[in-house]
Design a binder for this molecule. Structure first.
Ligand code: NAP
Length: 484
């Protein structure tokens, strides 16, 4: 089976912060791969914008280097690289002054989709939005793309929303959470709402609990300053894990349309109970054979910033009453693994007797690496010796069913940037969703601060602090392994 490429009309995409890490590592390579796939036409232009006084040729050299590093396979085709670079331009401008804006105005074409990607720190969102308006750069098809972090707390998120709302309608604002662009995350919706099999069981009557794990092996190198102020709660839990929780817990939307989906996600966030202090564990990597401790890396011997957080959340509605959601995320852990485990209840009565043991189904949705879905089912252990039961994975191998192409799905940014151009907001966060997520997160962080909470140390390369195991053990449950 071959994926269908639906071409889009020519567009202008301005990347503010075009020389920065995100633009060069993610956005530009994603655009290149979509160009190679034939998704956008030659009349399209990608305009990098930043303060550095580069010529377009120098910027193209920078882009060419980035493609070699971050799109190694396709950048081996010199014709493709040449064709792409011809569509790339550069304008030197300052978000905080008038420098360069007249030049940008001259560069833009009329009557086509005009997207402005704010790949800069949030303090520049307001000035950029203001200048886009002041220079009359927005047309009827303008879209604004903003990256996380979207605020530091509820107050700052509200202020950012208000700043953007002063210049653009909500329908023009695309808040990126790149987790939503992952193929498997969308598959999650397809599996839930496209099959009769799962949805009738998708509730507290049949689901014992749900685990959402986003484990990273990387630390905070190069991001120390940002991370010291953020911590795992703000950096990962408030956005990525919260979004995954929403997709797992939400009611079926009436249709797959941006507001229908986002309305349902919002209801989940609003139904979340406050988290009890004893249902949350903070950790900080402490070093060991596998590397330096957080405090040393951060250059702050007394840092109390968490690099790990595990918590038990409750969605207080009819569907989920009594089914806990266990969420955990951390850095410097044993493996890089993002996975959602839906753990079903045991069969109400075992006809095979006590000795057959306890068996329950589990649906594992792996987001990265090795995207895929596994359903664990109980079968008879083959061979003689009576009725012994064993749990085996029923692997839904996408490669076998869909062909090898399914093993190389588009990067999240490829999908998201193209959705911006197409004007589809389904996979982007709405302002009220972001605010609701902060409203749930803020009291947790305020509680830590009020209590002077110090994160529990854990060894680099481990599965996190022992207290996270206790969190589960107290509930007679255990975490699934963190496997690469
Ligand atoms: P970065 O590497 O520091 O790049 C910042 C960019 O902004 C540079 O191109 C810089 O170029 C430009 N810039 C700074 N001040 C400017 C001004 N006054 N006017 C115009 N351009 C200006 O940052 P980044 O890592 O790319 O991150 C960009 C944003 O995305 C941040 O908000 C970050 O939190 C977010 N984000 C990044 C990642 C990632 O993987 N990097 C992931 C998720 C979210 P000049 O200095 O030449 O102007």
């Amino acid at each position: 089976m071959v994926s269908r490429v639906i071409p889009v009309d020519p567009f202008d995409l301005v990347i503010f912060g075009g020389t920065g890490d995100l633009a060069q590592r993610k956005i530009v390579p994603a655009l290149f791969r979509r160009y190679c796939a034939g998704q956008w036409p030659n009349a399209t232009r990608i305009i990098g914008a930043a303060r550095a006084g580069l010529t377009t040729d120098a910027f193209r050299d920078m882009v060419s280097d980035s493609l070699r590093k971050h799109a190694p396979k396709r950048s081996k085709d010199p014709e493709a690289v040449k064709g792409f670079l011809q569509r790339v331009e550069y304008v030197a401008l300052d978000a905080l002054s008038e420098d360069g804006w007249a030049q940008l105005a001259k560069t833009l074409r009329t009557e086509r989709v005009r997207a402005f990607y704010f790949s800069v720190g949030p303090r520049l969102f307001g000035p950029l939005a203001e200048r886009i308006r002041a220079h009359d750069l927005a047309n009827a098809q303008t879209r604004i793309v903003v990256e996380k972090p979207f605020g530091h707390d509820l107050e700052s998120a509200r202020a950012l929303n208000a700043t953007l709302a002063a210049h653009f309608d909500e329908g023009q604002i695309y808040r990126i959470d790149h987790y939503l662009g992952k193929e498997t995350v969308q598959n999650l919706m397809a599996v839930r709402f496209g099959n009769m099999l799962f949805e009738p069981l998708w509730n507290s009557q049949y689901v014992d609990h749900i685990q959402i794990t986003v484990a990273e092996t990387v630390g905070i190198d190069g991001r120390e300053e940002y991370y010291e102020r953020a911590g795992a709660m703000r950096d990962m839990m408030q956005n990525h894990l919260m979004q995954l929780l929403c997709l797992i817990a939400m009611e079926p939307p009436a249709k797959f349309d941006p507001d229908a989906v986002r309305d349902e996600k919002l209801k989940v966030i609003r139904a979340l109970d406050p988290v009890e202090p004893h249902h949350i564990v903070r950790g900080q990597f402490a070093g060991g054979a596998n590397g330096r401790g957080y405090r040393e890396v951060a250059g702050n011997p007394r840092s109390t910033t968490e690099s790990y957080v595990a918590l038990r959340a409750h969605v207080s509605n009819w569907r989920w009453a009594g089914t806990p959601f266990y969420l955990r995320t951390g850095k410097e852990l044993v493996a890089r693994s993002s996975v959602i485990n839906v753990m079903f209840k045991d069969a109400p009565h075992s006809i095979f007797g006590e000795e057959a043991g306890r068996h329950a189904n589990a649906l594992s949705i792996r987001l990265q690496p090795n995207e895929g879905i596994t359903l664990t089912v109980t079968i008879k252990e083959p061979g003689q010796g009576g009725m012994r039961l064993v749990d085996v994975p029923l692997d839904m191998s996408f490669a076998e069913a869909l062909g090898p192409e399914s093993q190389d799905p588009p990067d999240a940014y490829e999908r998201l940037v193209m959705d911006v151009i197409r004007g589809n907001q389904t996979l982007f966060m709405r302002g009220d969703e972001v605010e609701a997520a902060w409203a749930w997160t803020d009291p947790i962080i305020a509680g830590w601060q009020a209590r002077g909470d110090v994160p529990k140390p854990y060894e680099n390369g481990s599965t996190g602090p022992g207290d996270a195991e206790l969190l589960m053990k107290r509930d007679h449950r255990r975490w699934q392994g963190i496997n690469p």
